[in-house]
Design a protein around this ligand. Structure first.
Ligand code: PLP
Length: 371
């Protein structure tokens, strides 16, 4: 029996065929027809006019913060309950993340905390340069309330939708809510280009600007002329071919992850002491990862005991994100609340959820968790 991973890449013949087609076409560079097609289809899927494919979600986040004008000494509101990349991009700009807690009912960034903080800061004349919202574990925060708070104070909103491609909020696709949205195609995400990411926006001007910055900001001259500080962040045409095959199969992948989630829920429905990440009524998740909270006393085993029992049969499960305000890297960053994220980190567990997870392997997980 081979190891079961949390969310491994799920690739097959279609990916292989498009990748070899791209290889044979000779476009072995960060430019080419597959890259163009991937960006077009991605933009359509997210419901925006333009997308820019880049080398990682982290690179897209970095560009997003450049685009909305974050600079040295600025503050940026960021959820504490997320992957470290969200906050690292703030640091790359010489700015400071201010960590905001999530809601217990959705595990997502708390819009009331964001609104109150923006009010307080507006009175003091010290508004943050941006708010970065994260669509955590494949569902979105309440964007109506977040966007209203940001608009009221003229603060740009950036959407880190790295985990949420294909999810919706009131039937509107994740990725389309901020001034700029960010996607990731890392090996563990819902679709992968092995490594990669994208920046999306309803503003074509912003995406054009990002394209310029992502290719070393070369001016339109025959010699190499530079005015702006650029980056080398473009995606390879070969990897875009992989992404194209994956993107065309996105709905089937969401459906498979949803069915895994439903199977776990059914099998554990009459067990006390275990709760699944709540699904907010305002949207449809992409079910990227199925996560649970385990109350050791009522369940009869702690989160760590369950995780170690899974590990003993070669199944990977992981604690939910460690809140960033608890990371040594960000020990000195200010924060608003944090207790909810800490509680979820204490008893939260992510279960194997890959779209290629066989029924036999789902059973292997359940045999341990159900006991
Ligand atoms: C994966 C992820 C990123 C970073 O994407 P990479 O492609 O790995 O650089 C950023 N934010 C969140 C929330 C993520 O899950």
């Amino acid at each position: 029996m081979s190891r079961v991973y949390l969310s491994p890449p799920d690739v097959g013949e279609a990916e292989r065929r498009l990748l070899l087609e791209a290889f044979d076409s000779g476009w072995i560079a960060p430019i080419g027809p597959q890259l163009d097609a991937f960006e077009r289809e991605l933009a359509t899927r997210v419901g925006v006019p333009r997308a820019l494919a880049v080398s990682s979600g982290t690179a897209a986040l970095h560009l997003a913060l450049v685009l909305v004008g974050v600079g040295p000494g600025d503050d940026v509101l960021v959820p504490t309950f997320t992957f470290v990349a969200t906050a690292n991009a703030v640091r790359y700009m010489g700015a400071r993340p201010v960590f905001v807690d999530c809601e217990e009912t959705t595990w997502q960034l708390d819009p009331a905390l964001v609104a109150a903080e923006l009010e307080t800061r507006a009175r003091r004349g010290r508004l943050p340069a941006a708010v970065v919202a994260v669509d955590l574990y494949g569902q979105t925060p309440d964007y109506e309330r977040l966007a209203a708070a940001c608009e009221a104070h003229g603060v740009p909103l950036v959407e880190d939708a790295a985990e949420a491609l294909g999810a919706t909020y009131h039937d509107v696709p994740a990725g389309s809510f901020g001034a700029v949205g960010v996607l990731s195609f890392n090996g563990n995400k819902i679709i992968t280009t092995s490594s990669g990411g994208a920046l999306v926006s309803s503003s074509e001007a912003l995406v054009d600007r990002a394209r310029h910055l992502s290719t070393q900001a070369r001016e339109n001259e025959v010699h190499y002329e530079h005015v702006d500080l650029g980056f080398n962040y473009r995606m390879s045409n070969l990897l875009a071919a992989l992404g194209l095959a994956q993107l065309r199969d996105l709905d089937a992948r969401i459906d498979r992850r949803k069915r895994i989630n439903e199977r776990y829920r059914r099998a554990l429905s009459d067990r006390p002491g275990i709760e699944f990440m709540p699904v907010a009524s305002y949207g449809r998740p992409n079910f990227w990862l199925t996560c649970v909270r385990i109350d050791a006393g009522r369940f009869g085993a702690s989160r760590d005991e369950v995780r170690l029992s899974l590990e003993a049969v070669d199944v990977e499960a992981r604690p939910t994100w460690k809140p960033l305000h608890l990371q040594p890297l960000y020990a000195d960053a200010p924060r608003l609340g944090g207790g909810v994220a800490e509680a979820i980190f204490a008893d939260g567990l992510c279960l194997p959820s890959g779209s290629g997870l066989s029924e036999a392997d789902q059973q292997r997980v359940l045999d341990v968790v159900v006991g």
